[in-house]
Design a protein around this ligand. Structure first.
Ligand SMILES: NC(=O)c1ccc[n+]([C@@H]2O[C@H](COP(=O)([O-])OP(=O)(O)OC[C@H]3O[C@@H](n4cnc5c(N)ncnc54)[C@H](OP(=O)(O)O)[C@@H]3O)[C@@H](O)[C@H]2O)c1
Length: 330
């Protein structure tokens, strides 16, 4: 019986407890593809799953990890063979299906993406679901703008030092936009400028700058992971025809708005889902990151082992995340 190492979250009377355990491959769920996981990454949702927060994982003990990159160890699907390098993100991985914080995952072939040429396993997980979400946000904004690109446009990114935010800052800047980064971390101003932000605002400065229900026209496009009052302010400050791509809720699940941005300026709010969308949509973003969107993420990435993950999980839950945590699994 082959065993492997995994980080496991289990329920106790004092909340969830994390430990490194030995698991058996026979314990993994059914699926056509068994992957030997080399890298994973830490996302906000993983921290929610690991800590037992409601709404992500129902059944414990559980191995979190919504992202995995590695090599196929067994395949009963004709499109994939042993030794293929692959990416798996989203769907039920790491939710109620044992995830990428273990040395093996077994998943349906319909969740598996072949690693694009030009992207290594560690590159793909430095991006992870956060990068995929930033990419989907940028793609949605470009679709909304009739594929005219971002050259010379004014954009704004919230939660800018976090996973989705930091990659969105880099990508929009690479694509020629002027980027305002909104952050709660004064000390990371220089990092954000190095990533390409032309302006860095504190959350308080954003509040001073924007008026509701409708204010000055400041930005063409926004990428928002915060929701709450931040999203309210962004929507009230878009130029005519502008849009915000929203994917997150670190500032709370609800936000207020008025009809004014929509009927006076033709603005749009574009919802981003990186989890359940068709595989082809995910593949397109990975192909972009391997080619015309290729970026050096080294300044953003911290590599940790499974044993070091618990500390990182606490940091991300406290809103202290800076950049991306790459997990070397095996
Ligand atoms: N829709 C999807 O498919 C999808 C995919 C990925 C992520 N998400 C969601 O997107 C959000 C961000 O994910 P992530 O992985 O980027 O998380 P993250 O790495 O923890 O980044 C979130 C950032 O938001 C800021 N922030 C934290 N708490 C805040 C608060 N109370 N008010 C305002 N800003 C706050 C912080 O940046 P600053 O200090 O720089 O402000 C933090 O670093 C999460 O809600 C996540 O669930 C959704």
């Amino acid at each position: 019986m082959t065993t492997f190492k995994a980080l496991e979250s289990s329920k106790t009377d004092n909340g969830n407890k994390l430990s490194i355990v030995e698991k058996s491959i026979d314990d993994l769920p059914e699926g056509e593809i068994l992957v030997k996981v080399n890298y994973s990454s830490l996302n906000y949702k993983d921290a929610l799953s690991a800590s037992g927060a409601p709404g992500v994982t129902r059944n414990y003990p559980h191995t979190p990890g919504i992202d995995a990159a590695g090599v196929i160890a067994e395949s009963s699907d004709n499109d994939f063979k042993e030794g293929d390098s692959v990416i798996v993100t989203g769907y039920d991985l790491g939710m109620d299906t044992a995830g990428g914080f273990g040395e093996y995952i077994r998943v349906p072939a319909s969740w598996v993406i072949r690693m694009p040429k030009g992207l290594s396993e560690s590159d793909s997980m430095a991006l992870g679901t956060a990068g995929l979400t930033a990419g989907l946000s940028v793609q949605a904004l470009n679709d909304h703008n009739s594929h005219k690109g971002f050259e010379g446009l004014n954009t704004v990114v919230t939660g800018a030092t976090g996973g989705v935010g930091s990659i969105a800052v880099m990508l929009l800047s690479k694509l020629g936009a002027s980027v305002t980064a909104v952050t709660g971390k004064d000390a990371q101003k220089e990092l954000l400028q190095n990533l390409g932000a032309s302006e860095v605002l504190s959350r308080e400065e954003l509040i001073e700058m924007c008026r509701t229900p409708i204010g000055k026209t400041i930005w063409d496009f926004g990428v928002d992971v915060v929701s709450g009052n931040t999203l309210t302010l962004l929507l009230a400050s878009l130029k005519p025809g502008g849009a915000v791509a929203c994917s997150g809720l670190v500032g709370g699940p609800s936000f207020e708005s008025s009809i004014f941005p929509f009927i006076l300026r033709g603005n749009a709010l574009l919802g981003i889902d990186s989890v359940e969308i068709p595989l082809e949509k995910k593949s397109q973003v990975w192909e972009n990151f391997a080619s015309n969107w290729k970026m050096d993420l080294t300044p953003l990435v911290k590599e940790v082992s499974l044993e070091q993950l618990e500390t990182e999980i606490s940091t991300i839950l406290e809103g202290g995340q800076v950049g991306r945590v790459l997990v070397k699994v095996s």
